[in-house]
Every structure is written in C-alpha cells, then in structure tokens.
Design a protein around this ligand. Structure first.
Ligand code: ZN
Length: 372
C-alpha cells in the first residue's frame, strides 16, 4: 500500500512538472527579474542626474511600484532594484510608496534636498514585454517614456515662478507635480514625521486636508485617549474630506471593519451648520469600548477660515499652483497645536443602539447627535 501510494505521488509530481502552468510560472520569474532590473535602471539614472551616491541621506525616493501593474503583473520587484542600487529602504524614512490605482502608469521619483532637484521617470509598458536579453539591450529612452528633471524645492520655485509655471503647467511629472512636490517638501523639513508622510502617501498626495486630519487625530487622542485594549476609534466621517484617509490608516479605522462610516452633507446643510457653529463641522469621533459596549463621542469643528488666516493663504497673490503647497508647509507649525482650528461642538456618551443609529444609511448622524 505504501509503495503504491509512493508511485502515485511520483506520477503526480511528474504530471505537475509537465503542466503548462509551471512553464508560465517560470516565465513570470524572468519577467520579475526584468522589473527588478527596471528599478535598478531608474535608480542609476537618478544617481547620475541628481548626482548622488549610494547611501546619501539627502535623497527621497517615491514610487507607485507594487501598486501599479504593468501588463497584468505586479511591480514590487522594482523596489528591490532601487534598494540595491541606492541603499535606500523604508526603515530610513526616505523611501515611500505612493498609492495609485493598479491601472495607472509605473513611475519613480527621486528628490535631492541638498540641491532641490528632482527627477521623474515613467515606464513604457511595452518595454517589459521582452525577454531578459532584449530588455538588457534596450536604451533608457526605449524603457522609459518620460525622464524629466526639474527643481522641486518650493522656496526656490516661489523665487523662480517661471520655472514653477513650466513644471506645473507643463506637467513635468506627468500630472503628479502637486503630489510629488508636496510630499518632497514636507519630507525635507526637519520637523517632518514618518507617520504623517506615510498617511500622505496613502492619500496619493499631500494637501491641507490631510494635515487637518493629522490635527484632528492629535486632538482626539488628547481629549479621548485610548487607555485599554478594548477601546478603538470609530469615525463617522460627515462630511468626508481628505482627513479621513489619514484617520483610517492611523487608527486602522477602515470602513470594511466598521471603523469608519462616510457620509456627505448637502451645500445647504454645510451652510446652515457653519452659520450655527461659526466653524466647519468635521465629523463625529467615537472612542468605543467593545467590552462595555459603550463609548464617548465628540462632534468636532475644523475652522478653515482660521487656518487660511494663520497660514497667510487667505489672500494669496502668488502662483495658483503654490497655494496649497505653501499652506502644507505653514500648517506644520500647528501639527501639535490642533486647538487653534479645532473645537468640540458637542461631547456625549454613546451606547450600542446610538452607535448603530449613527451608522445607519436611513439616519442622519448629525441629527442623531443632536447637532443639526
Ligand atoms: Zn487631498
């Protein structure tokens, strides 16, 4: 019986190795080597164009590798190529993946904070449909459909608006200018933090709304701190804006796990709330205790008028591409002073029934909370 079973297993193994699926898997391996090599080639271009050596801590690398797919294949091997060439890794806080849909182009972006120069490199999909040998023989211009170097230092660009206009209006980074310049400039500030940059990369770009989310997070964490393992934050995101991407990442408050419920307000509701509270109503935040089945809730306001005033962007006379970027930088001063813009409009306790009512599609959470 034992020998019979062994025979069967051997036959099965033989069959499996002859199946076409295995051959496919082998060719996928060689394609992944190409993607690794692709990352390596992009890094070499950046090192030459931005004049840096392996291990240079003035360099930031951003890419959507691992999110973007090329010809139906995932692209995470490009990260290994970049890491090998530049010595950069996620743990050093200078190598981030920026979220993009899987159907978007694969790109690499490097920024040298010592010089202010950046390079954007986008992959030509067709170039990966080659054998390893063919790929090796291709020129950079065949592999990449865009290699574009430009100054990305915000202070420099504000002093050289012609260059800024050319970069932004001419789409030097193929439409990613705002996202990449924003993340690069915040990263370059000494007071920058990994958690914030990570959230901005998840959001796809860095805008004042993400910063607002960071401030809300700090405010809630101070007023309603998590004190034991039964507690977690639940967000009724009404109305929804960029803040919510930071919050769901930071608190693991994902919609799929009932950590976040997202609802819009009509213009009329927003206006009425603004008149009533003299601030922008910005959601309900619950510290929920899963064991006790109860929680504490805050309805918060975020005063954007105050934030525009404080950052001097209310009467912005500079180039339009710079407004939000300047605001991003100036809002850094308020990262740890959220109370300048955030106020508690209402504080109340929540039980299971009330939480369910605030999460229900047929209900209006602000009415349930007694705010509207
Ligand atoms: Zn945004």
């Amino acid at each position: 019986m034992g020998a019979n079973m062994n025979k069967k297993i051997i036959t099965l193994i033989l069959l499996i190795t002859m199946m076409p699926g295995i051959v496919l898997a082998q060719s996928a391996v060689s394609e992944s080597t190409i993607v690794d090599e692709l990352g390596s080639k992009a890094a070499k271009i950046a090192m030459e164009e931005l004049k840096f050596e392996k291990g240079d801590r003035n360099i930031l690398a951003l890419t959507d590798a691992g999110y973007a797919e090329v010809n139906g294949l995932t692209t995470q091997e490009a990260l290994s190529g970049i890491a090998k060439e530049t010595g950069m890794n996620e743990g050093d806080g200078n190598f981030f993946r920026v979220l993009r849909a899987n159907n978007k182009p694969l790109w690499f972006f490097f920024f040298n904070k010592a010089t202010g120069y950046a390079i954007y490199i986008e992959v030509e999909d067709k170039s990966l449909k080659r054998s390893s040998d063919e790929f090796e023989a291709m020129s950079n211009d065949q592999i990449f459909c865009k290699i574009s170097r430009a100054n990305a230092d915000l202070r420099y660009l504000l002093n050289h608006t012609d260059e800024g206009n050319a970069t932004f209006n001419g789409k030097a980074f193929n439409g990613n200018e705002f996202a990449l310049v924003g993340i690069a400039n915040i990263w370059a500030q000494p007071q920058s933090t990994f958690d914030f940059l990570q959230a901005a990369c998840f959001h796809d770009h860095l805008c004042p709304g993400v910063t607002g989310g960071y401030m809300i997070a700090k405010y809630v964490e101070k007023v309603l701190p998590i004190t034991n393992g039964s507690e977690s934050y639940k967000v009724i995101a009404i109305p929804q804006w960029c803040k919510d991407d930071l919050l769901q990442l930071r608190w693991d408050a994902t919609p799929g796990k009932s950590g976040m419920f997202v609802m819009a307000l009509t213009d009329a509701e927003e206006k009425a709330l603004n008149l009533k509270y003299k601030t922008d109503v910005s959601g309900i935040y619950v510290r929920w205790n899963e064991t006790a089945k109860k929680g504490d809730a805050l309805v918060l306001g975020f005063n954007w008028t105050t934030m525009y005033n404080l950052t001097g962007t209310d009467n912005w006379k500079g180039p339009s591409w710079a407004t939000m970027l300047v605001m991003d930088i100036r809002m850094m001063d308020y990262w740890n002073r959220p109370e300048v813009a955030i106020s508690t409009l209402k504080e109340f306790t929540v039980d299971q029934d009330m939480l369910a009512m605030m999460q229900n599609a047929g209900m209006h959470p602000l009415k349930v909370a007694g705010v509207l």
